[in-house]
Design a protein around this ligand. Structure first.
Ligand code: DCP
Ligand code: MG
Length: 391
């Protein structure tokens, strides 16, 4: 949050060696928060290359194996990315792009251990840490524990500690709010550090392509381009009520963020309670075919988020917003945790079928997974806490 301190300035005049106060002004001085976003580079692949020297310098894919049905890439080493291999791509396709790539299955315990250690490093500087997934977190270092003061120095020290103690690299974004810090950490990857200071934030936001804005999916980006909105500068030229008219509530967020305003606090101890993806359509959907098509796409987004967070959920919720903005949700719970793309999209479609969808005009569809709590599994009378693994 931007805080205003009041500072008193005296305009003075030297007259016969006497200082005479001739005018007193009250000038607001703005102080900014210092936010760091840290994101590990090619996280799972880097841990594998660290622990297995024979993988170093090679195109390495971590995820499902190409010979497995439905195997997908969790991540790829930077060497493998040169061939076009990306997260969430089918492993079969990755093999076609780079036939000599090495494929390994993920070792979540190793990644969780690294994640625990990087959080310990962060906690030397601040307790305001908000992890977003195993490999990324926001830190608020406005008041740091070691009184270093400079957020850039803190980011550098954290990167160095990760290198020295864990033999891994991380990229950092430093700015005055979460939104800009997160975008900044991606700019000089890998092993990058990007600072976007208070006076540079607005200019930075103006040049940002609309698809980089939080919550802007392909359809919204397309809708924006159709009405001549390509960058932050174009969004900035629009009045707030105009943005709200076009994009609903999120229009207010766009209005603020292009002006460098994002007051979301860094929230320590925030647990992931649900993971969701949704889309507002360029035009209202009226046929079942279109709705099911969109649900398939949204299911892929939720599925990717589950993979990224190494989570499985037991409840699948479908959200529907109609053209009159009336909203309903329907959900289904499973006894066993789900992290399977087919189950997610099929369940969403079944839930949709219970709502007589063809009589209505739908402007938004969303799917979320929740109920992540590690289930207790009883084995022959012994209580075991289940590990939520994906592969
Ligand atoms: N992940 C996954 N499935 C996805 C995306 C990510 O399993 N669809 C996992 C593997 C990644 C980790 O989450 O290593 C972190 O995700 P990032 O998006 O931060 O990607 P990387 O750390 O791998 O690469 P980058 O250097 O781009 O951050
Ligand atoms: Mg990463």
């Amino acid at each position: 949050m931007v805080t205003l301190h009041q500072k008193v300035f005296f305009k003075t005049l030297i007259l016969n060696e006497y200082y005479i106060c001739i005018q007193m002004q009250i000038v607001p001085v703005i102080t900014y928060r210092k936010i760091i976003h840290i994101d590990m580079d090619a996280f799972y692949a880097s841990v594998e290359q660290r622990d297995n020297p024979e993988y170093r310098g090679k195109p390495l894919v971590v995820g499902g194996l190409p010979q497995e049905r439905g195997g997908v890439v969790a991540t790829a080493s930077y060497e493998a990315r040169k061939f076009g291999i990306r997260s969430a791509m089918p492993s079969k396709q990755a093999l076609k792009l780079c036939p000599h790539a090495l494929f390994v299955r993920p070792r979540f315990d190793a990644y969780k251990e690294v994640s625990r250690k990087i959080r310990e490093i962060f906690s030397r500087y601040t307790d305001l840490i908000e992890p977003l997934s195993l490999d990324e977190a926001y830190l608020d270092v406005t008041q740091d524990k070691l009184h270093i003061g400079s957020a850039i120095d803190i980011a550098q020290q954290i990167k160095q500690a990760i290198k020295d103690e864990l033999q891994l690299t991380a990229s950092a974004g430093v700015s005055i709010n979460k939104f800009v810090a997160k975008i900044a950490s991606d700019i000089n990857k890998p092993d990058g550090l990007k600072f976007i200071g208070p006076s540079a934030v607005e200019a930075f936001m103006e040049t940002l392509p609309v698809e980089k804005f939080h919550g802007v999916g392909k359809v919204t980006a397309e809708k924006m381009r159709k009405i001549g909105l390509f960058t932050g500068a174009d969004l900035k030229n629009m009045a707030e009520d105009e943005l709200i008219k076009h994009f609903g509530k999120v229009g207010r967020f766009y209005y603020q963020i292009v002006r460098g305003i994002d007051e979301r606090e860094v929230q320590p101890h925030r647990e992931t309670k649900s993971l969701a993806a949704e889309d507002t359509f360029a035009y209202d959907l009226t046929t079942l075919g279109e709705m099911e098509n969109e649900l398939d796409k949204i299911a892929v987004l939720v599925y990717n988020r589950l993979l990224k967070n190494n989570l499985k959920g037991r409840t699948i919720t479908l959200k529907i917003k109609y053209s009159d903005f009336k909203q309903i949700t329907r959900n289904k719970s499973f006894t066993a945790p789900v992290a399977n793309l087919e189950t997610i999209s099929n369940t969403a479609k079944q839930l949709l079928a219970t709502t007589s969808p063809e009589d209505k005009k739908i402007r938004l569809l969303g799917i979320s997974l929740s109920n992540f709590g590690e289930p207790e599994v009883k084995l022959k009378g012994v209580k075991v806490t289940g590990q939520l693994k994906l592969f």
